[in-house]
Design a binder for this molecule. Structure first.
Ligand code: SF4
Length: 463
């Protein structure tokens, strides 16, 4: 028998207690109600959930958002009130006041614990009030932060139509409509020939509209036509999905949606790294091209050009170390991009690691570290924030990417921090947004430079 040799250069996976800070997944309503313009989100929970949303969404709550809390009372919990009638009353009121095309029910910890059968109630009520009701269990018991979007999109994937009537085709593909805006019919037909002949491709993941346009155009340069996005701008424009369609994700936290599309809708998943940073974007486009049998054109030059434009920011971070405490599942992609920028990643905390869905991203992280001569970081699933703080104390990283709970206390101890939640709301996908990612990463470092030599970077209270 020979001893198996441990591969010296393999990523190291570890798992802690899951005692860490993150946003509750119900926060996804904040960006999804803005993305899906004709939707209404009803969070069925308690005051705890309401307080969280009200605070986390900041100024947005003053803009008459299309979300509301169905606050459970004592009578709901002890089953003295009838869940169905209560929800019907609320949904009728929503229909009267806002007339949405879809109502999304967000299940919370409480509905889980009292086993409220939302999935059972929804179809009946849907039939009665005549508005589709989509149920997503985005609760804090099972998921973290961005995974909330994953549960909603997985539920919506089941609602995408299989066939569409010819007259509606143009209506449904809003992004194509946008690209064709102001053009005549024959001109549109002419541009259609610019596309290569390939199997239909649907992309999934909620991104701001400008980024959707950028990525769609990026693929158009390669002759690839995006048949639709899940989600679209409106619920009524959800893309047609038929068996055998290709699907590709734009974000690392969409593993349930990917699974639903593969298992229930019989789609073929293109497993690619995610289009974050110029390296990720190139790898993403390349992989899609390869799978669809298209020779990618001019990507190397395009990537090189973007890197060149980032040089001023790269000078600031090259050789510096970064520690991800982990709370939004974007960590692997961001770490891979930062290693390519010349940073050393000491630890990648992550709430949940789907090694299958993120396989291509993990492989790219590994090869990037090897190419850059950077040590392979430990990937810490379900981290323990307390232990992480001890490690931060020992390692003294140049930058810690973390939540608001630890940011100020770390700053007071002389450790620079970047608030992790900003990465989920900023535009970080595609070639042209690489600069925005570095804008965020370098901000604390630039501030430190500006305030250097004042002599009071450590101001922790003496106890
Ligand atoms: S963790 Fe549970 S109780 Fe807390 S806000 Fe989220 S869903 Fe509500």
């Amino acid at each position: 028998m020979t001893l198996a040799e441990a591969a010296p250069q393999a990523l190291n996976f570890d798992c802690e207690t899951g005692n860490y800070h993150t946003f509750c997944p119900i926060s996804c309503v904040a960006w999804l109600y803005q993305k899906i313009e004709d939707s209404f989100f009803l969070v069925i929970g308690t005051k705890t959930c309401g307080y969280f949303l009200q605070n986390a969404m900041g100024v947005m709550i003053f803009a008459e958002p299309r979300y509301a809390m169905a606050e459970l009372e004592e009578g709901d919990i002890s089953a003295q009130l009838n869940d169905y009638n209560e929800l019907k009353r609320l949904c009728e009121q929503i229909k009267r006041d806002r007339n949405p095309s879809v109502i999304v029910w967000i299940g919370t910890c409480t509905t889980e614990i009292i086993k409220m059968d939302l999935e059972g109630l929804a179809p009946k009520l849907e039939g009665e009030i005549g508005i589709p009701i989509v149920v997503a269990r985005a609760n804090g018991l099972d998921y973290a932060f961005t995974q909330g979007e994953d549960t909603v999109l997985a539920a919506m994937a089941a609602r995408c139509p299989t066939k569409v009537v010819e007259s509606e085709t143009e209506e449904r593909n809003a992004i194509q409509k946008l690209l064709n805006f102001g053009r005549k019919k024959d001109e549109i037909a002419a541009t259609d020939t610019e596309y290569k002949d390939h199997a239909p491709l649907v992309l999934f993941g909620s991104l701001p509209d400008p980024v959707v346009t950028q990525l769609t155009l990026e693929l158009k340069r390669q002759g690839i036509k995006v048949s639709g996005w899940l989600p679209a701008k409106r619920y009524t424009e959800l893309p047609v999905i038929e068996e055998g369609y290709y699907v590709a994700g734009v974000n690392p936290f969409l593993s349930r949606t990917a699974t639903t599309l593969m298992r229930r809708r019989k789609c073929k998943l293109i497993g690619a790294p995610f289009p974050i940073g110029p390296d990720g974007t190139r790898a993403w486009v390349e992989k899609i091209c390869t799978v669809l049998g298209i020779e990618p054109q001019g990507l190397a030059e395009r990537e090189a050009q973007i890197w060149e434009s980032l040089e001023d920011y790269l000078q600031l971070i090259r050789g510096k170390s970064v520690f991800f405490m982990g709370d939004n599942l974007l960590e692997i992609s961001l770490a891979r991009f930062l290693v390519r920028c010349g940073m050393t990643v000491q630890e990648i905390g992550i709430p949940y690691m789907d090694k299958r869905y993120q396989a291509a991203e993990l492989a790219l992280l590994e090869s990037t570290c090897n190419e850059m001569g950077s040590p392979l970081p430990t990937i810490m699933e379900k981290p323990d924030n307390y232990n992480q703080l001890q490690r931060i104390q020992d390692l003294q990283p140049n930058l810690v990417i973390t939540g608001m709970a630890h940011a100020n206390p770390l700053e007071a101890r002389g450790i620079s921090t970047k608030w992790s939640v900003e990465f989920t709301f900023a535009q970080i996908h595609g070639f042209s947004n690489a600069r925005d990612v570095l804008e965020l990463v370098t901000r604390p470092l630039r501030r430190n430079q500006a305030l250097a030599n004042l002599g009071w970077e450590k101001l922790v209270a003496d106890v």
